[in-house]
Design a binder for this molecule. Structure first.
Ligand code: FMN
Length: 213
């Protein structure tokens, strides 16, 4: 199967995919930003996230080159209000171009790593590379430990000492099939987690729709 068909089938079936809006810095200080939807959380003790960076003919993607060179990156999350700006930073600009400047986005200095975070993003994770694996020629799986997390108070709710994330206020977008399709994370339903009590007949499952888009 040609490589582009494999890509098309995999990415049209494994969805929706959350989007890491990744800020990195080259060794010379140039800031870089780009979205990555081969992204997820893989543990909480310690807190671990991973990115999949595809090979690019000619030169590696700046995100992979910078993370491999510096061991640091910041994952910002992208709400619907920033979807166009996020998409703008996916432009294949040369390494000396700061995509955040192009998209008119301000940054805030990070605390634990050198790359800054995106000021307008409601959630950002400062990460240190803890594992790198070349899964194909020039294709990387990059695993990072979250050293610090930033949540805008407007996306938090409940007891400030033990806040919860207000997913409706967060209003994140996720990647769907094809090069242009996205969704908003609004079509939510609840499923209670079953607890084994000794007999399969005791299992009762219920679906309750909490919100319709
Ligand atoms: C929403 C979105 C998600 C993307 N996800 C990925 C991904 O998971 N892996 C990848 O290699 N490229 C992905 N891309 C493409 C990169 O963002 C694009 O190649 C970008 O130019 C890379 O920039 P860089 O060289 O600054 O890292 C995605 C693009 C968009 C718009």
């Amino acid at each position: 199967m040609p490589a582009e068909d494999r890509y098309r089938l995999l990415t049209a079936a494994i969805l929706p995919r959350p989007i890491a809006w990744v800020v990195t810095q080259a060794a010379d200080g140039t800031v870089n930003a780009a979205p990555y939807s081969f992204f997820n959380v893989f543990g909480s003790e310690r807190p671990v996230v991973a990115l999949g960076v595809l090979a690019r003919p000619g030169r590696p993607k700046d995100t992979a080159a910078n993370i491999l060179a510096t061991g640091e990156f910041v994952v910002n999350l992208a709400p619907f209000a920033l979807a166009e700006a996020m998409n703008a930073t996916s432009v294949d600009a040369p390494p000396d171009v700061d995509e955040l400047d192009l998209a008119g986005l301000r940054t805030i200095a990070s605390v634990a790593v050198r790359p800054p975070r995106i000021a307008a993003s409601p959630v950002a994770f400062e990460c240190r590379l803890i594992h790198e694996h070349e899964t194909g020629p020039g294709q990387w799986l990059l695993v990072g430990e979250v050293l610090r997390a930033h949540f805008a108070t407007r996306v938090l709710t409940g007891d400030p000492a033990r806040p919860r994330v207000d997913h409706a206020a967060l209003d994140l977008v996720a990647r769907m099939h094809g090069p242009t399709a996205y969704l908003r994370t609004r079509d939510v339903f609840d499923l209670s987690r079953p607890v084994w009590s000794g007999a399969a007949s005791d299992l009762s499952l219920s679906i309750r729709e909490t919100q319709k888009s």
